[in-house]
Design a binder for this molecule. Structure first.
Ligand SMILES: *Cc1c(COP(=O)(O)O)cnc(C)c1O
Length: 343
């Protein structure tokens, strides 16, 4: 009963590491609205380099990063191509319409991945009474597809199809470092075909707050205006950026372990006839478990909660599991035996 709660709801539950706390306490700071916070500036330079872009900007959240990017790339009345189960389309409160006045055109992908022909078909022809399609948004890794990661070749192909029709390309790379670890490439290779890329420090990277948007010099100058417009200009934000710098150094190298642990959990779930999971589709730290009747996902989550394990039901029949830095091999052993015998 006194056993520790094992929280597999999300990698956002990770708390700052002791080294992050120390770095935050010691951080040199200034007023970032004046561009004078040395720690924020250092993080932005590092992020730009990691993404292979000219410049980057620190923002309070991934949602703001995505929405600022959309605002930079579009004009009101434009259409934006999004994958049907993407975060930008489903979990950002219709922000692209509310903030940028643009319409999402959703395209269903397989495992969250569209095909180039689908992108071409979704672009509206150049006729004066049609809205203009000006932006393609992709997501890698893909959260709701179960942390699947898109091969670099496919994102190149999709971006080049879009670019050929005059579109810009934005990557929601909230978990780009998970994708990089899974594909065994540098993050900048994944970011390369895109005009802009957003990534989060506050997911599996365990920093308390913050995301970065990287792109060309010109794009980031504009992004800085829109960040301020949306209320995202922060003052001594170096306190937060300091944790982000530690995250990039200390936590990125641990992500592959999260992936291995997720796979082990999926293998355990797959051994239970009442549950369905496909370990071969576990690319990164997220996977889905389908719950067979008479069980349902909400009841399954409640049953696990009684055993000290938290997961997220995302529909009547599917629960999402997410591993992260605070989930140990011992935790995986405990949850695996619970999953194998769950009834
Ligand atoms: C979490 C997440 C975001 C948004 O990040 P917040 O910091 O929570 O606003 C965007 N895209 C994906 C794929 C995410 O998982």
């Amino acid at each position: 009963m006194a056993e520790r709660i094992i929280d597999l709801r999300s990698d956002t539950v990770t708390k700052p590491t002791p080294r992050m706390r120390e770095a935050m306490a010691r951080a040199e700071v200034g007023d970032d609205v004046y561009g004078e916070d040395p720690t924020v500036n250092l993080l932005q330079e590092k992020a730009a380099k990691l993404m292979g872009k000219e410049r980057a900007i620190f923002l309070p959240s991934g949602t703001m990063g995505n929405q600022v990017a959309i605002k930079c790339h579009t004009q009101p009345g434009d259409e934006v191509i999004v994958e049907a189960s993407s975060h930008i389309f489903n979990y950002e409160l219709g922000a692209m319409s509310a903030i940028s006045g643009v319409l999402p055109r959703s395209v269903p992908g397989r495992d969250g991945m569209m095909e180039a022909s689908q992108v071409r078909e979704a672009v509206r022809p150049d006729i004066y009474y049609l809205s203009r399609t000006t932006l393609l948004c992709l997501e890698n890794t893909h959260n709701m597809a179960g942390g699947r990661c898109m091969p670099v070749g496919l994102s190149r192909e999709l971006c080049s199809a879009a670019r050929g029709l005059g579109l810009k390309c934005h990557l929601d790379g909230a978990r780009i470092f998970n994708a990089a670890a899974a594909l065994d490439v540098e993050a900048r290779e994944i970011a390369e075909p895109f005009d802009s890329v957003m990534f989060c420090l506050s997911k599996g990277l365990s920093a308390p707050v913050g995301s970065l948007l990287a792109g060309s010099e010109e794009l980031i100058v504009l992004a800085r205006r829109f960040r301020k417009m949306l209320g995202g200009g922060m003052r001594q934000a170096g306190i937060l950026a300091a944790a982000g710098l530690v995250a990039l150094e200390d936590v990125v190298p641990l992500l592959a372990d999260d992936h291995r642990r997720a796979r082990e959990l999926a293998e355990a779930a797959a051994q239970n006839d009442r549950l369905e999971a496909d370990p071969d589709k576990v690319d990164t730290n997220i996977f889905m478990v389908r719950v067979n009747p008479p069980l349902d996902a909400r009841g399954f989550a409640l049953g696990l909660r009684e055993k000290g394990v938290l997961v997220s039901p995302i529909s009547d029949s599917v629960a999402r599991f997410v591993t992260h830095r605070e989930i140990s091999d011992e935790d995986v052993g405990r949850v695996s035996s619970i999953l194998k015998s769950y009834s």
